[in-house]
Structures are given as C-alpha cells and as structure tokens.
Ligand binder design. Structure first.
Ligand SMILES: Cc1cc2nc3c(=O)[nH]c(=O)nc-3n(C[C@H](O)[C@H](O)[C@H](O)COP(=O)(O)O)c2cc1C
Length: 312
C-alpha cells in the first residue's frame, strides 16, 4: 500500500527526511523508531569541512523558519568515517534507504563526492544544486539550465547509484531546470529547496540574520512547493520527490496527487522529532480507509489523469 519507487530504488514507504533538518538521523533515534521511515537523507556533505555562516542564522517566521546555516559540515572524510556508519547502523536490516546529499563548488568536486559515496555503497545520491560554481563567477548551479545539466551529467557518469537532482525554487522557470536535470541523466528530482527571504529588526534597523538573507522553509512554502512539484511532474518523465512544508499525512497525499513519488519532511521535525514515524502510520490509516495506494494516487491531480473513486 505504501511502497513506492524512485527509478531503480524501491522504498517501502514514501516518507523521507529532508536534508539538513534532521542531522543524519542518529540524533533523532531516541525520539522515534526511525526504522519505520522510507529513507534517511543526510545533510549536504562537501569535499572540505565548512564552518557555515556566523549566528544568528535561524529565525522563526509566521508559519515558517528562515535559516542561513551556510552548509556547515565536517567534510567528506569525516562523513565517511563517522556519520555514514551511524546512518547504516540505524538502517541495518530494516529496509530504510540511506541517501547522501552532496554539494560541490565545481563540477570536479561533485564528481569526487559522487565517486567516493558510490564506492561507499550508499543507496542513492541527492545533488544539492543550490551551490555556487566558483568557476562561473559563483553563479548557482540551480539557477542555470546549462550548469544544472553539466553537474548532473558529471555526477551521473561518476555514480553507480541513482542520482536525484535537488532543485531550487529561486528561479523564474523551474520546468527549464527540471528538464535540464532530466537531460543530464538524473534518475529523479527533489523539489524544492528553501525560498530566499529575510527578516528585519526595525529597532536595530538591521536584518535579523547575520548574513542578511536566508532560506524560508516550513508550512509557509507548501503551496509554492506543491505548485512546483505539479509543474515538474507534468513536464518530465523521471520521478519527483516533493518537499516543502509537510506536517501531516494529508500533506504527503497532496504532494502525491500533484505527482510526487515520495515526500520529505523537514522543518516540522524541529518541533516534533517523531513526526515522520507518525506520518507513516497515518498514511496507512488514510489509504486503507480510502481503499487506495500511493502508486494509484500518484499524479492523480495532474491534467489527463484517469478519474479515481475513493472509498472515503
Ligand atoms: C535548518 C535547515 C537546514 C537545511 N540544510 C540543507 C542542506 O544542507 N542541504 C539541502 O539540500 N537542503 C537543506 N535544507 C532544505 C530542506 O532540505 C528542505 O528542502 C526545505 O527546508 C523545505 O522543506 P521543509 O519546509 O519541510 O523544511 C535545510 C533546511 C533547513 C530548515
């Protein structure tokens, strides 16, 4: 009932963690039985360690959150030695998939990471395209179809596991980027990353975040994410993973109807670290009551989809 596929990767349910919002999963193991989820997605790993941006770098907004963490992480060596074994330990014998999210500042860095993590036997790679390309004036991979296609193609060549391209919503035409990623050989798309925003402290007459701007996430962005998943799903043939503002099983099913094959849970876990597991249980109840499955519902709100009778 809950089984879904992302290219050649089968997941026993469509609920995944969103990169950067849940550590590696290890941190949350005391709050919930994470062996119930479909997959754990790591925070973005870069070749070298990154200190991230100075604080304040998190700010609560109406129905959301702004962050400017700046891809803080300990780098690939540390991830391979310390974090990946813990993710594997959590996933062991449970069917949970381990997906590593990678970030590069050049195509060469993406290739290096793809080679190392493929060799380490992860289940799939998620390519964080919201990274500046230092060889192209720090233009973000995610905002340019040519850079997106080049990065995805290079990762695909270097990788021996499925590759999902994570798209940014901060573009005029997400379909052009989605098609470029598909053209580059992506096995799937993840949509969306955070929306650029800011908060101002009027008494100090300054932005709240030290870096000025940050990425908006949480329920506030769900309608935007749904729209973008819908647009991507009707424009490409590869599977789409929906992410943005998910808080409940209902939210998951809305993304599935918009064309998502799986859904990631991010910001909502900050207030409820057991949320993913609860959503899996609620999905089972809702689908059983409606007499349907994730596969049958997928894309059912897209134009031209066959009409469906639900029991409830
Ligand atoms: C604190 C924080 C850190 C994040 N770090 C990453 C990251 O390292 N890599 C990445 O691809 N996305 C990162 N994201 C984006 C999330 O994975 C997700 O795409 C976004 O937050 C939208 O989902 P949500 O509304 O459910 O949080 C981060 C989001 C937050 C809130």
């Amino acid at each position: 009932m809950l089984t879904t596929t992302l290219g050649s990767l089968t997941l026993r349910n469509p609920v995944l963690s969103a990169s950067g919002t849940f550590g590696s999963g290890w941190e949350g193991r005391l709050f919930a039985d994470l062996r119930q989820v479909g997959a754990l997605v790591s925070k973005t790993v870069t070749v070298a360690p990154r200190p991230g941006n100075p604080p304040p770098r998190i700010h609560e907004t109406a129905s959301g959150m702004l962050n400017s963490i700046g891809l803080e992480n300990h780098g690939a060596d540390h991830f391979l030695a310390e974090t990946l074994p813990r993710m594997r330990e959590l996933a062991a014998d449970s069917g949970v998939r381990v997906i590593v999210n990678i970030g590069g500042e050049s195509v060469g860095e993406f290739v290096q990471l793809a080679e190392r993590f493929s060799a380490a036997g992860v289940d799939a790679l998620e390519v964080n395209l919201s990274c500046p390309n230092v060889q192209e004036g720090r233009l973000l991979f995610s905002t340019d179809p040519r850079l997106t296609e080049a990065a995805v193609r290079a990762v695909k060549r270097a990788a021996s596991v499925p590759v999902f391209a994570k798209l940014s919503p901060n573009v005029t035409d997400i379909v052009a980027i989605a098609r470029a990623a598909e053209q580059g050989g992506a096995d799937g798309l993840t949509a969306i990353n955070t929306l650029i925003g800011m908060a101002i402290d009027w008494r100090r007459r300054r932005p709240v975040l030290a870096r000025g701007i940050g990425g908006l996430s949480g329920p506030a962005i769900k309608p935007v994410a749904l729209r973008m998943v819908y647009e991507c799903a009707r424009s490409v043939r590869i599977p789409v993973i929906g992410v943005g503002g998910v808080r409940s099983a209902q939210d998951v099913l809305e993304f599935v109807c918009a064309g998502a094959s799986a859904v990631q849970v991010g910001t909502a876990q900050f207030t409820d670290p057991a949320l993913m597991v609860r959503i899996v249980g609620e999905l089972r109840t809702l689908l059983a009551a409606a007499g349907t499955t994730i596969r049958a519902l997928r894309g059912s709100a897209l134009p031209g989809a066959a009409p469906q009778e639900l029991r409830a």
